[in-house]
Write a protein that binds this ligand. Structure first.
Ligand code: HEM
Length: 467
């Protein structure tokens, strides 16, 4: 006997189904569905049947069945015009051919130079703030994460090589994302997208040419893409190098910016935990300490806050698959042709997995408490074979931003009502306005620490602003 279909959520409209409710606030829709029907329920998006899943066991099935009875690329087909056919938008065969390159780009040894780039760009940002002022952290993170990505991927000269208007072009591509309209319609946003892609292509062709002419002078991501063979042994064609670069920026920019802004906002909203985190920074990473891998590994409270932010405010709260072959899930059967969506909004708040789930409580991840240990309980970075390859990059970047900011500044939160803003790409908080005050140098560290850091060649000290 075949199993029944997942139960349909109430409230679907004729023709649209739950599409309008989903566009309005998918987090609310998923929470309503979970409260009404449990861990597996169906919604309709226009004519499409979608099963929404919650809980580690269902999540595990979705991730481990990807590239088997589920496929990833159909759900992300709307991205193809923007990022090309690459990685998560490519066919399964192409993805597995490209995968060794992905592993090379994010291998552990490369993280050292990415971390250096992060230190330099974050410190440059902090130096630019002056002694005191007011800023919107949400906006600042969007800009800062661009500079970090530019520096980490193309090198210190990234501004000149990519061109002043590179990020405006990227913004045109990002703003054109549309999961509903056909991507070839002659709409202004699609015309701007195609124009922006042409500009980015010509810039990156020139970046590739420069490296081909002087292969010994470069050791960056583009050079790695040019020299790492695909699984079939061939070198990556230039067009694919460019698409991969755009795909990395696309996957990593707004996601990291949104989550970094939430991290700072949540810390400022929870002063008791922030004090513990500041003590940890003071003890392990005082001003002038190089924030390398060894120092970062001592900042447990910082990384637990990052994990708690991923749980409570995931910037990639849902991920999509298409069912290629009928699938048994719990008490139900999901037919071929359906879509599947994982729900961070409900999975991350299950009270039998996370104690007082509505509470910001990073210590839940401490060794003593060890909540959410199941690798599929939290889905903010995905899971299984396609789990975010840039996760450590993003976590280290957020750790460096948080550490250097609270190491050098007193920060006061001005915004009262901070909401989740849902985009077609990644979620981010509404404005996070803060007032900041640079700490006096005497408070930052003692002279001996500065001296030791200068003798050790600490990169921050040379650009120190005298308070
Ligand atoms: C807080 C920041 C980030 C979040 C929340 C995030 C989230 C995710 C998620 C949820 C997936 C899985 C998608 C799926 O299964 O459908 C993913 C995949 C991916 N991410 Fe990230 N990401 C972040 C940062 C980054 C960064 C910084 C990079 C690169 C520099 C990056 C590169 C990738 C790539 C290449 C994939 C595809 C992996 C594959 O298909 O094998 N991500 N990311």
């Amino acid at each position: 006997m075949t199993k029944p279909l997942p139960p349909m959520l109430s409230g679907g409209l004729p023709v649209f189904g739950h599409a309008l409710e989903m566009l309005g606030n998918r987090e609310k829709l998923f929470k309503r569905g979970h409260a009404e029907k449990g861990d597996l329920f169906a919604i309709k998006l226009g004519p499409k049947n979608v099963v929404v899943i919650t809980g580690a066991e269902n999540n595990r099935m979705m991730y481990t069945e990807t590239d088997k009875s589920l496929n990833m690329q159909d759900g992300y087909a709307f991205l193809k015009k923007s990022v090309g056919e690459v990685l998560f938008t490519a066919s399964k065969e192409d993805y597995y051919n490209q995968r060794p390159v992905l592993q090379e780009i994010f291998r552990r040894e490369r993280m050292t130079s990415y971390v250096q780039a992060m230190n330099i760009e974050v410190q440059r940002w902090l130096d630019s703030l002056g002694k005191t002022g007011e800023i919107d952290i949400t906006k600042e993170m969007l800009r800062l994460t661009q500079y970090v990505a530019g520096h980490a991927f193309v090198g210190a000269n990234f501004q000149a090589e990519l061109g002043e208007d590179f990020w405006e072009c990227y913004a045109d591509i990002s703003a054109s994302l549309d999961p509903i309209l056909p991507p070839n319609l002659p709409l202004p946003k699609f015309i701007r997208r195609d124009r922006a892609r042409k500009v980015i292509y010509s810039r990156l062709e020139s970046v590739i040419r420069t490296r081909r002419q002087n292969p010994d002078r470069y050791d960056d991501l583009i050079t790695a893409l040019m020299t790492t063979p695909l699984k079939d042994g061939s070198l990556i064609p230039d067009e694919l190098i460019i698409n991969m670069f755009i795909a990395f920026i696309f996957a990593g920019h707004e996601t990291t910016a949104g989550q970094a802004a939430w991290l700072i906002a949540l810390l400022l909203q929870h002063p008791a935990y922030l004090e513990q985190l500041k003590s940890e920074i003071h003890a392990n990473a005082p001003y002038g300490t190089a924030l390398d891998g060894a120092t970062l590994s001592r900042l447990e409270h910082v990384y637990m806050a990052i994990d708690e932010t991923t749980r409570m405010r995931p910037s990639a709260d849902t991920q999509i698959r298409t069912v290629d072959q009928p699938l048994d899930m719990g008490d139900y059967e999901i037919p071929a042709g359906w879509m599947m969506m994982v729900s961070g909004a409900t999975s991350h708040f299950l009270p039998d997995v996370f104690k007082n789930p509505e509470r910001f409580d990073p210590l839940r991840f401490s060794a003593e408490r060890g909540e959410g240990k199941n690798p599929f309980a939290i889905v903010g970075f995905g899971g299984g074979m396609h789990k975010c390859t840039g996760m450590n990059f993003a976590k280290n970047e957020m750790a460096i931003i948080t550490t250097l900011l609270f190491q050098q500044f007193d920060v006061q939160l001005l915004s009262e009502d901070i909401r989740v803003v849902m985009g077609n790409g990644a979620n981010h908080p509404s404005a996070v306005r803060v007032r900041y005050q640079r700490k006096p140098l005497s408070e930052l560290t003692d002279a001996a620490t500065i001296k030791a850091a200068v003798e050790g060649g600490c990169p921050h000290i040379t650009r120190q602003v005298t308070p």
